[in-house]
Design a protein around this ligand. Structure first.
Ligand code: MN
Length: 239
């Protein structure tokens, strides 16, 4: 197979003098394959689902996030491969491509349930199991062949097993970062709380409203009067 730059699209879309995102670290040989989901509040809220393969992270943007209900098929838009060390990334992208807040929402390892991952991807049906903090058990990614999401559309579906659940909404049951324990406001407060006083990555719609609230919360956390940190750390009832 000819060598090609798997991260060419990733690099083309980003200006690393302006973005704190990883420029591209190498996968560790012989380690289990890495898996992660990043909750990303950009122009729209979505969940970036990533599976390590051939030293990079195959990536799908899942607008509604994964569902533990086998009957609920979630649209997953195939996007450019990301570098292996993107799996550690959590923080604020101040401007440019993907501008917004990235939370490491789940992390762990994955195991293909097929012999040949490349063949499965080419066929449009990849079965695998996840060993994450929040997501476990057997899953499948199935290409839609244009029926949803155009030629990049796939569906992320949970197989019925001991980890599936018809009614647990995992996004609201476990909304926080698996690395910092924080929410979007905590991540913004720890990074650059004053960043978007003027030019926000999202203004209108649901994401714009969410971001407005998060910016205010981050400022409050930074000022030491944040409801979040105060309620999380102190056992006294709120005044
Ligand atoms: Mn994203």
């Amino acid at each position: 197979m000819p060598k090609r730059d798997l991260l060419a699209d990733y690099h083309r879309k980003r200006d690393f003098s302006a973005s704190p995102e990883p420029t591209g670290g190498r996968a560790k040989r012989g380690k289990p394959r890495r898996y992660c989901i990043q909750k990303h509040l950009a122009s729209h809220l979505h969940y970036d689902f990533r599976l390590e393969h051939r030293g990079v992270l195959l990536s799908w943007a899942v607008p509604k996030g994964p569902s533990l209900d086998p009957k609920t098929k979630r649209l997953a838009m195939h996007v450019e491969d990301h570098p292996y060390d993107y799996g550690d990334f959590e923080g604020v992208i101040p401007s440019g491509y993907g501008a917004g807040i990235v939370m490491l929402w789940d992390a762990g390892t994955w195991t293909p349930e097929v012999e040949d991952v490349d063949a499965a991807l080419a066929r449009g049906e990849l079965k695998f199991s996840l060993t994450g903090v929040k997501m476990k058990g057997s899953w499948v990614l199935v290409r839609t062949h244009g029926r949803q999401g155009g030629d990049r559309g796939w569906l992320l579906i949970k197989h019925a097993d001991e980890w599936s659940s018809p009614d647990l909404d995992i996004e609201s049951a476990a909304p926080l970062s698996v690395t910092s324990g924080g929410d979007f406001a905590d991540i913004l407060a720890a990074d650059q709380p004053d960043l978007w006083q003027s030019d926000r990555p999202a203004r209108g719609g649901v994401a714009g409203a969410m971001l407005g609230e998060i910016i205010a919360q981050a400022a409050a956390i930074r000022a030491g009067r944040g409801r979040k940190r105060a309620t999380r750390r102190s056992p006294q009832p709120a005044r």
